[in-house]
Design a protein around this ligand. Structure first.
Ligand code: PLP
Length: 441
């Protein structure tokens, strides 16, 4: 290699080990071809092979799918305050588990528990890796080896292999199903309670809706029964929110405070769904139960790192001033964005996209319905506007948008490629790269 100066720039760029790896692959590829080894050609071959490594694998994209909290595209975007707090925690030592006053060991939950208590009215709070972990932990800590009662209407799968019956098994609990898919009554729960019962669990149906002849038991109905039998009621709120979405003209989604006020003993919800923070699973509820949960060995395995705790604390702090959330939290901003405002963006961008497609497809502005995503309010409801692209080879057109420097992800339905502009926050960057659209490649 020392004798092959053509490789030097590549070594400088990516380092020697990767160039050696590429050279080995080159030798393998050329074996038996009878080609004469040519230094420049080899360097070019290796550079092409290593080009992919220069790009990060996880890249920024434009989410124009119409789903605001898109799980595959990373869910919530964080507030600037949370980004700054996370960056500080990454760069410097912090008081993660350190009490400055006493100069002694502190608790990592102390950074977020006071906020969660204030914002939900709960006695105590803790946090773990995500809501799936929160559900696993609460079941393992409060009900391992015993029975947990759940309505058949709430035995959900929310994607990514999160199924309530499987989580129960992993937590070491026995699932006792009550009622039917569409109707469960209080007497069904009452009849299922026995000496082995450890808890009653409610699960927010999240990504599906049961319509028609239905009956489910509310927390307010369930709690007196559970109290009478000395059992805790736990609820997986799923998306969960800390503020009433009706404030911004959106339909109601249960808040953590409502669940606590209804008497639920432990409530779990996600940090990166409607809350608009980093990935986390939040647990709020009765002091004695949260104490047991926090002491369980799984808590140590599922705990949050300092970076996410910093981002979460900063996000929760924003909730101290709800009227300003709309300007500070990108998730709330996107959800509350009026359709008329999105339409104005669409009108500005239509000629830009039309020019970039240079007659390869027809484009128009059309009203569409987007979704919150991540399980909240599953029925399409966010009135919005999209640039609709129609023409031959829609998949090829969609692929061209995905090849842009900042890939643009749309949604194909009914023979149309839609770019819902509700979630376009950086219009300038979108426009600046449009001349690179190459539908011919
Ligand atoms: C999203 C969701 C979960 C999983 O939450 P993660 O934070 O993604 O782990 C669990 N239960 C319900 C009802 C949900 O909607």
């Amino acid at each position: 290699m020392a004798g092959w100066p053509a490789l030097t720039p590549l070594i400088t760029r990516v380092g020697r080990p990767l160039v050696i790896e590429a050279l080995r692959a080159w030798v393998e590829a050329k074996r038996g071809t009878g080609e004469v080894a040519d230094e420049t050609a080899c360097a070019g071959w290796c550079a092409a092979r290593l080009a992919g490594l220069a790009e990060p694998s996880q890249r920024r994209v434009f989410n124009l799918t119409g789903t605001v909290l898109h799980t595959n595209l990373g869910r919530a975007l964080l507030a600037e305050e949370a980004i700054a707090a996370a960056a500080t925690a990454m760069r410097s030592p912090t008081t993660l588990e350190y009490d400055l006053l006493g100069g002694a060991r502190g608790e990592r939950d102390d950074h977020i528990a006071p906020w969660l208590k204030r914002l939900t009215g709960a006695e105590a709070a803790t946090a773990v890796n995500n809501n799936a972990a929160a559900v696993l932990l609460v079941l393992a800590a409060l009900a391992a080896g015993r029975e947990v009662i759940v309505s058949r209407g709430e035995l959900i799968e929310i994607g990514g292999a999160f199924r309530i019956p499987d989580i129960m098994k992993q937590a070491g609990c026995r699932l006792v199903e009550v009622g039917t898919t569409n109707r469960t009554h209080l007497k069904d729960y009452a009849a299922a309670i026995g000496p082995e019962t450890a808890a009653i669990m409610k699960v927010h149906p999240s990504n599906y809706a049961i319509a028609g002849f239905t009956k489910s038991v509310t927390a307010a109905e369930l709690v007196p029964l559970a109290r009478d039998k000395g059992l805790p009621v736990i609820e997986d709120l799923g998306s969960g929110t800390l503020v009433d979405l009706e404030t911004w003209g959106l339909p109601h989604e249960p808040t953590a405070r409502e669940a606590i006020e209804a008497g639920i003993d432990v409530v779990t919800f996600s940090g990166d769904k409607l809350l608009g923070g980093p990935q986390a699973g939040l647990l709020v509820g009765r002091q004695e139960l949260i104490g047991r949960i926090a002491k369980h060995p799984l808590k140590r395995a599922l705990r949050l790192d300092k970076v996410r705790l910093a981002a979460l604390e900063a996000t929760l702090r924003l909730y101290g001033d709800p009227p300003r959330l709309i300007e500070r939290l990108p998730t709330v901003r996107a959800l509350a964005r009026p359709a008329a405002e999105v339409r104005v963006v669409a009108e500005r961008l239509l000629p830009v996209v039309a020019t970039a497609l240079s007659g390869e497809a027809r484009v128009a502005i059309e009203p569409v319905r987007g979704q919150i995503g991540s399980g909240a309010l599953p029925v399409d409801l966010l009135a919005s506007f999209a640039i609709a692209v129609r023409g031959k080879g829609l998949d090829r057109l969609a692929a061209a948008f995905r090849r842009l420097p900042i890939p643009v992800i749309g949604r194909i339905s009914d023979g149309t490629l839609y770019f819902d502009l509700r979630t376009l926050d950086d219009e300038a960057a979108f426009v600046a790269q449009m001349d690179k659209l190459d539908v011919m490649a």
